[in-house]
Design a binder for this molecule. Structure first.
Ligand code: NAD
Length: 328
């Protein structure tokens, strides 16, 4: 198969590229290296089945050229991370809305199958009022007001999903959506949004681990190899067509617990430092207290269950960081 991975030099995208090449596919990557890194994919530069194209998804000519004769497109390119999202909303919205539109338009011309990388952020604050429940794909999404900048990212990802499903219903385009829940592992940028990546890098350097808010907000963490497996299922199984899937683990822990696990597994003597979200992300920042997926749909239709436990995933991430610092 000929496959295009947008955002393929990024954290999840580069792991996806590794797996697609192992499966024997011909892989093209389109990435503008804004948060992605050449080093994530340079091991493949001599592979005749791999090609890297530095460019942007908002350039229709580049997207069209790379999409032509493609069988499947994994669309992961996005402006991501609360920090980037708040610092450059205009650039971010252009990438996350117009970029996705260009990818879907070109896919429709090429009649290529598309997997859209979406986010648990689309659920927003979760259900308001009622007792809290894990997020289900067909459940309501409760997004905060437009005066709070962080919510545009959730809305842009929701719009991407609507666009994809509209192409599916109106034009017969084969699409699937994966909603990632806090993916972590090697290559995740500690300066970006990945809280476990930040904790591991801070612990190994003996710096305080920064926990935003009271740290009692609860999350489900998903190791990157599990996210890649689910993404491949979404791109390769008939059952996935026209569907959105939560990609995550049903195990939830608090951020304070996550920090303690990293300290225990690194043996670091770092302290934990709490900082208010508003100090970092602006006065009207709103956090989600609990963000955990209902995983039944992915289990039922894709046969997917997350396999790597949180402690094992943290250990692998620590090993990767340690090997890296040995080399530098
Ligand atoms: P990442 O920042 O490592 O990857 C995004 C990639 O897109 C980067 O390589 C970046 O350079 C590239 N990119 C950005 N703008 C581009 C543009 N205009 N043209 C071409 N390339 C561009 O982040 P990631 O964690 O690997 O995220 C991959 C996808 O998964 C994104 O769509 C993101 O929204 C989604 N996601 C990730 C998580 C997570 O926990 N990591 C959670 C929810 C959703």
């Amino acid at each position: 198969m000929k496959v295009l991975v947008t955002g393929g030099a990024g954290f999840i995208g580069s792991h996806l590229v590794d797996s697609l090449l192992l499966q024997g596919h011909e892989v093209r990557v389109l990435d503008n290296l804004s948060t992605g890194k050449r080093e994530n994919i340079e091991a493949h530069f001599n592979n005749p089945r791999f090609s890297f194209h530095e460019g942007t998804i908002v350039d229709p000519a580049a997207v069209e050229a790379l999409t032509s004769a493609c069988d499947t497109i994994y669309h992961l390119a996005a402006a991501i991370g609360v920090r980037y999202v708040i610092d450059d909303p205009l650039g971010g919205m252009e990438t996350n809305v117009r970029g996705t539109e260009e990818v879907l338009k070109a896919a429709n011309v090429a009649k290529a199958r598309v997997v859209i990388a979406s986010s648990s952020e689309v659920y927003g604050k979760g259900k308001s009022g009622d007792a809290w429940e894990p997020f289900r794909e067909d459940g309501d999404c409760v997004i905060g007001p437009t005066s709070v900048p962080r919510w545009w990212y959730a809305l842009a990802k929701s719009l991407d999903e609507h666009l994809a499903f509209a192409y599916h219903r109106q034009c017969g385009l084969e699409v699937s959506v994966v909603r990632y829940f806090n993916i972590f592992g090697p290559r995740c940028d500690p300066g970006g949004y990945g809280v476990l990546a930040r904790f591991v890098s801070q612990a190994l350097r003996g710096e305080p681990l920064t926990v935003f808010g009271d740290g009692e907000q609860r999350r489900s963490f998903t190791y990157v190899s599990d996210a890649v497996r689910a993404t491949l299922f979404a791109g390769q199984s008939r059952e996935a067509l026209g569907e959105a899937f939560n990609v995550g683990s049903s195990v939830e822990i608090s951020i304070n617990d996550a920090a303690q696990r990293v300290l225990g597994l690194t043996g670091s003597k770092s302290i934990v430092h709490h900082q208010q979200h508003q100090e970092v992300f602006g006065p009207r920042f709103e956090d989600t207290r609990r963000r955990v997926p209902d995983v039944q749909k992915a289990e039922r239709l894709l046969g997917f269950t997350a396999e790597v436990g949180i402690n094992e995933g943290i250990k692998r991430t620590i090993d990767w960081w340690t090997t890296r610092s040995d080399q530098s």
